[in-house]
Design a protein around this ligand. Structure first.
Ligand SMILES: [Zn+2]
Length: 259
């Protein structure tokens, strides 16, 4: 499997091989060492930015064993005072369930929305406290601090200890792997990235999602921008017309969502 650990082991073995060759057999050009470093860097950068690789830690991105038409809808970056309540209304209208990966600082601002998400039967997950652009550069101690602070904010509002964590931007690294191991969270990714905060056209976002829909999928959306409302409604209609059911992460992964 293509993991950080395996790539490191392979790189060390190749380095030993190159060194042996260099010292005892024939002098190798420095380019061999540079190439080794470039290949290591390539896999590590791509693996860190691609949560679906589970490169640094075990990440739950979908569940292949599910054969019935069931999918999980997830929302990141809320709660938002502009869109989250309308998202909840749409979910109710179409009898759907979802998981909301909330940012700690937004929970502080809109605690009532967090309570409402919980009261309406949806799941809440941890999406860090700051969602800083530099989160990927934080050391393990700082990541643990962010996770714990957000856990506490959620607990203060809904009296539940969350188990699911989604790293900001889906970026993983050794610090995040160490932190999550310590805080005992399950790291949740996705296998359908809607790019709803990037693509400006509702139809294009919807097409991107619907052509990838399959049993056991985890769909990534954001309840933090205006396009979410038309996109979500069309998605819920699509799921209904195609006999898909939305289920919770707990059901999909067979793991308790709260400790
Ligand atoms: Zn996010």
């Amino acid at each position: 499997m293509l993991t950080f650990k395996n790539i490191n082991t392979l790189t060390v073995l190749l380095l030993i091989g190159v060194l042996i060759c260099d010292f005892f057999i024939l002098l190798l050009p420095a380019l061999f060492y540079v190439m080794l470093a470039v290949v290591w860097l390539f896999f590590t950068v791509v693996g860190s930015f691609n949560i679906r690789w589970s490169y640094h830690l075990k990440v739950y991105n979908k569940r292949n064993v599910i054969t019935e038409k069931k999918v999980v809808i997830t929302f990141d970056d809320g709660p938002s005072n502009k869109y989250t309540l309308e998202v909840l209304s749409l979910l109710k209208k179409y009898n759907a369930t979802a998981t909301f990966f909330c940012i700690g600082k937004n929970i502080e601002q809109y605690p009532e929305i967090v309570k409402r998400i919980d009261a309406e039967g949806h799941i809440i997950g941890n999406h860090s406290y700051s969602h800083s652009d530099f989160f990927g550069f934080y050391g393990a101690r700082k990541v643990i601090g962010e996770i714990k602070k957000t856990d506490e904010l959620i607990k203060n509002n809904i009296d539940k200890k969350v188990k699911f964590f989604r790293p900001p931007f889906g970026v993983t690294n050794p610090s995040i792997a160490k932190a999550v191991k310590k805080t005992e969270h399950l790291t949740i990714g996705w296998n359908i990235r809607s790019l709803d905060t990037v693509i400006k056209d509702d139809k294009a976002i919807l097409n991107r999602i619907t052509k990838r829909i399959a049993p056991g999928a985890i769909i990534l959306l954001h309840d933090s921008h205006e396009r979410i409302l038309p996109v979500l409604e069309q998605l819920l209609i699509f799921l209904q017309n195609n006999n898909y059911q939305t289920i919770s992460l707990e059901t999909l992964l067979n793991h308790k969502e709260y400790a």
